[in-house]
Design a protein around this ligand. Structure first.
Ligand code: NAP
Length: 358
């Protein structure tokens, strides 16, 4: 398979290049940028010196068709929706890292993205790129909308509880913290180092765009389980913290009144959901330094660590999930989706541990 990365100059595209360069089943043949045409990839990603002599090229559909079977689109949302139709018409498979095709309902898209979708007819065709929830659909997809980074982190933590009907689904609070690479390689005053460093910056307390994805995907689980009259409702808040990579989502959920609080039930739900998953790890140790998920341990990897603690006094479960926003939160999940779509071993190109200590 020949693969291209469109907008490989950005952080998400650059991370896709890092992963695809060592993937045993594909050749990375085409990387693009508007402002770096003819420059080496290693001119802006110096970690690739003496590793890759790939050069940035101009993007156009004809070139993509000539050089690739699959393209990873790492452009901003709002841009990819106008690029995808041409790529599909050219017969390419598209893995879109942006938010443009994640939401099924064009009115919800418009509400959160403040823009009318230019190709709503393709929304049904796109498969939400979260392998653990959509593996079968991904196998036959030609357009994958890779899940958002905060959304993936929230959904991985909450999915087993919703699936097993253990919590009140209309009263879920998610508090998510992210490193600075989540805002991309561009900068503005609020992402400037002196402003952002040494702080925990509350940046989107209400109305975060990923709220819609989390609600869509968890409600879809209820529908699959024939709970048709229920709707997941999530209050989502996001903070920027003093990290470059990594997200930690802390969700506060309440047991269904009909349920007895029991750790064993929770363990069973998480094990049923994730025991066979190659990249989701349940972390819940009684002793040791790292008893619960910690962003430090998954940095640079495609693993997502999930854990929980019960607060009996409040009838509450505190759910923790961490992932690297650039890997399991975007480029890694994109590669995992490609593996499923192409029939490669699902772990191909992704099976490496993080650093310890870091
Ligand atoms: N950063 C993350 O943690 C993360 C996580 C999940 C999903 N994503 C998604 O991945 C996509 C890329 O994010 P990023 O963080 O990599 O952003 P980024 O670092 O700002 O990179 C985006 C790249 O897109 C290109 N670009 C910008 N405007 C364009 C336009 N109008 N037409 C064509 N190309 C354009 C630019 O490349 P040139 O100027 O060189 O052409 C830029 O380098 C976004 O949709 C984002 O939501 C990012």
């Amino acid at each position: 398979m020949e693969v291209g990365v469109i907008a490989a100059s950005g952080y998400a595209g650059g991370e896709a290049v890092r992963l695809l360069s060592y993937h045993p089943n594909v050749d990375l043949t085409y990387i693009t940028s508007r402002k770096l045409i003819s420059k080496y990839f290693h001119s802006i990603y110096p970690n690739f010196r003496k590793i890759s002599n790939l050069k940035f090229e101009e993007y156009n559909v004809e070139k993509a068709k000539e050089k690739c079977d699959i393209v990873f689109l790492a452009v901003p949302h709002g841009v990819s929706q106008d690029m995808v139709p041409g790529l599909l018409e050219a017969g390419l498979k598209v893995i879109d890292l942006s938010a443009d095709f994640r939401l099924k309902d064009k009115t919800i898209y418009q509400h959160y993205y403040k823009k009318e979708h230019s190709h709503p007819e393709l929304l049904d065709n796109a498969v939400y790129g979260l392998p653990e929830l959509h593996r079968e659909e991904i196998k036959n997809a030609n357009l994958i909308a890779v899940a958002g980074c905060h959304a993936s982190s929230a959904i991985y933590g909450l999915y087993p509880l919703v699936n097993e009907n253990l919590i009140e689904v209309s009263n879920i609070i998610v508090d998510s913290k992210t490193g600075s690479s989540g805002s991309g390689a561009g900068f503005n005053e609020s992402t400037h180092h002196p402003i952002r460093a040494n702080s925990i910056r509350p940046y989107k307390m209400t109305g975060h765009r990923h709220t819609a994805e989390i609600e869509q995907e968890l409600t879809c689980i209820l529908q699959k389980n024939k709970k048709l009259n229920q709707q997941v409702k999530v209050g989502f808040s996001a903070h920027g913290v003093n990290l470059v990579r990594g997200i930690l989502s802390t969700s506060h959920v309440f047991f269904n009144e009909t349920q007895e609080i029991d750790e064993k039930i929770l363990f069973k739900a998480y094990r049923m959901a994730y025991d066979k998953e190659p990249f989701i790890r349940l972390i819940n140790q009684k002793i040791g330094t790292f008893r619960l998920p910690d962003p430090k341990l998954i940095s640079g990897t495609n693993y997502s660590d999930v854990g929980f603690q019960i607060d009996k006094r409040m009838n509450r479960i505190v759910v923790l999930c961490t992932l690297d926003n650039l890997v399991k939160g975007t480029a890694g999940n994109a590669v995992q989706c490609m593996n499923i779509m192409c029939g490669f071993p699902e772990r191909s190109g992704l099976e490496f541990p993080g650093f310890f200590p870091l």
